[in-house]
Design a protein around this ligand. Structure first.
Ligand code: MLT
Length: 399
């Protein structure tokens, strides 16, 4: 008899964005003449910048020559990319890491989902609510106990410490989906808390490139002591338009340890290395060359222009919704605008209204967790024309 992992029965049939896509496709099938604008899943629309494209072309040509072609990539990434990451993302912010603390991957979704492989099933996990659904879904798949930490206007979207001390804490800042941030002082409190309680912070910094204000940490390692308690996830998806190319990386400091049930202390860096070398065969050489080019002077200038373009979209959405008298959050240090639904509509009711009456797709807040009920997320990753048109259409809603 084949037995399934029964925890899969606890997570619903569809991943949030798959469910949104299903409903949208169904609508489109019934309304072939309608132009649907998607401000739903945070997928990029602007082309990959020229510096990266040039690097990809060059790497592709190398693959056509026996003298320069590459086979399997190193599991944790090529040195050329790891050194570019160490210099630009960390040393330039005063953070010293070793090359073997960086693990290049195919993106933060996989890594935030897979990290649970090296953590015991009995860990008590705390996750902010609302949150990127991967954190909750993957912990449910593993059968772990989850405590949700509500982040709402009532606490300024700053999670309070949980009643029961957790072993593992997920933090994502700038936050997906609320677009809110933690200051250095606020994040320091969590690092200190983790140090005091010997907990592990899984810090998702996929949106750090969108930070525009000072005093907002780009990396958790800007906080003293964080290397003892935190794993950090980074992504090229939104920073450099790699949603279709797939590249990210995870930092697992060598100072990080965890215990076996017998009380033996082991290195999480060594465990993640073991996990990746067994289950992952490296990010494509061509893609890694593209990622390396993100850090070149031209690459940096070009991606900053694209980020500014998306953040101008964020401003257009936020200003448009604010002018309508809706209450919005985020959109300043993150490409997401989190809005309270009008007339106390539920998140899915608002989704249906926008789709059926205005042909606009967003993401229902409740899909990110219970505390997201009554909220809705718009992404700034659309193109300018569609973003402006969507805001014009939304103005037709009567409050
Ligand atoms: C989102 O819309 O939350 C993201 O695009 C999802 C992802 O990065 O996987």
């Amino acid at each position: 008899m084949i037995q399934i992992n029964e925890h899969y029965t606890e997570i619903g049939n569809n991943y949030l964005f798959a469910e949104v896509a299903r409903r949208v496709n169904e609508y489109k099938g019934r309304n072939l003449d309608k132009k649907v604008i998607s401000l739903g899943i945070g997928d990029v629309t602007q082309p990959i910048v020229p510096a990266v494209i040039e690097a990809i072309h060059k790497a592709t040509d190398e693959m056509a020559d026996a003298k320069t072609m590459r086979g399997y990539a190193p599991d944790a990434g090529y040195d050329f990319l790891i050194h570019a990451i160490l210099k630009h993302d960390f040393l330039n912010r005063g953070i010293a890491l070793d090359a073997d603390e960086i693990f290049v991957s195919d993106g933060a979704k996989s890594d935030t989902g897979n990290i649970g492989d090296i953590l015991g099933k009995d860990n008590h996990v705390a996750i902010t609510d609302p949150a990127y659904p991967v954190y909750v879904d993957t912990n449910k798949m593993a059968g772990r106990k989850i405590d949700l930490l509500p982040c709402t206007p009532a606490n300024d979207f700053v999670p309070a410490f949980p009643a029961q001390t957790p072993d593992v804490i997920y933090l994502c800042y700038p936050n997906n989906p609320t677009g809110t941030v933690l200051t250095k002082d606020q994040l320091k409190k969590w690092v200190d808390y983790a140090l005091e309680h010997k907990a592990l912070i899984l810090f998702d910094a996929a949106y750090e490139a969108f930070i525009s204000e000072p005093n907002i940490p780009h990396s958790i390692y800007e906080i003293a002591g964080a290397k003892k308690v935190a794993i950090e996830f980074r992504s090229f998806s939104k920073t450099a338009g790699f949603t279709g190319m797939r590249a990210g990386y995870t930092v697992v400091p060598k100072e990080l340890t965890a215990q076996t049930s017998k009380g033996e202390t082991l290195s999480l860096n060594a465990l993640w290395k073991r996990r990746q070398s067994t289950k992952f065969n490296g990010t494509a050489y061509i893609v890694q060359r593209g990622a390396e080019a993100v850090f070149s002077p031209e690459g940096q200038r070009q991606i900053k222009e694209v980020i500014a373009y998306y953040m101008e979209n964020a401003k257009i959405i936020k200003n448009g919704l604010d002018a309508l008298g809706l209450t919005t959050y985020g959109g300043v240090n993150a490409p997401y605008i989190w809005v309270q639904t009008p007339n106390r509509m539920s998140s899915w009711e608002f989704f249906d209204l926008l789709l059926n009456d205005l042909q606009i797709v967003g993401t229902p807040g409740s899909g990110f967790g219970e505390a997201g009920e009554g909220f809705f997320r718009f992404t700034a990753f659309g193109n300018r024309e569609n973003t402006i048109e969507a805001v014009e259409r939304i103005k037709k809603i009567k409050n």
